[in-house]
Design a protein around this ligand. Sequence first.
Ligand code: IYR
Length: 222
Amino acid sequence: MRQHTHPFVPYRPERYPEEEMIRRGRAFYEHMDRRRSVRFFSAEPVPRECVELAVMAANTAPSGAHQQPWKFVIVGDPDTKRRIREAAEREERHNYEGGRLPPEWRAALAPLETTSDKGYLEVVPWLVVCFAEKYGVRPDGTRVKHYYVNESVGIACGLFVTALHTMGLSTLTHTPNPMAFLSEICGRPANERPYILFPVGYAAEDAEVPDLARKPLDQVIA
Ligand code: IYR
């Protein structure tokens, strides 16, 4: 028997025959390959439980020292959504119309046809703002060092996106730039940094996405 200094429990993940492994892997890949980032949403309501389930999935992510350095703020009230839209558009107007986006960045975004209009932030039933806890705070106010925060929160957000897609919902990994306004509107403390703003809802019936291709495997396996 191994000797532990902390509690351990047995772990016996499911195993499958090889054919079944491949069938499952292919089915999951094909499912994920149908996901697209969406900028045209329906206003149709979505149960809050779906959003909470996606956060539960995100919360299963591996994290540095199991510190789970993420916080998800779920916004459903129209007034807060409007304030977030207005603040995001104010910043983006500086980017797109005020010349704050460098030419190289502007060129990279051209195929997406993004503009400073972020109307979808008010259309969707839910906005979910993920915050990264740069450090923890003990009840006495002292700081707890957090490790690999970006990696951890990035993985959690990936699982969040995956869970929404699995429920037939759509989202966008929106990073308004700069996004400090989200801390203020969501009333978050100084140890939390806005990470990604997710509009969550059904894709509009007439939604369109850029005709983009994913890199083939030989370009992503080195
Ligand atoms: N934050 C801006 C610009 C933008 C940047 C990247 I990188 C994108 O992939 C898409 C947009 C905006 O939201 O329009």
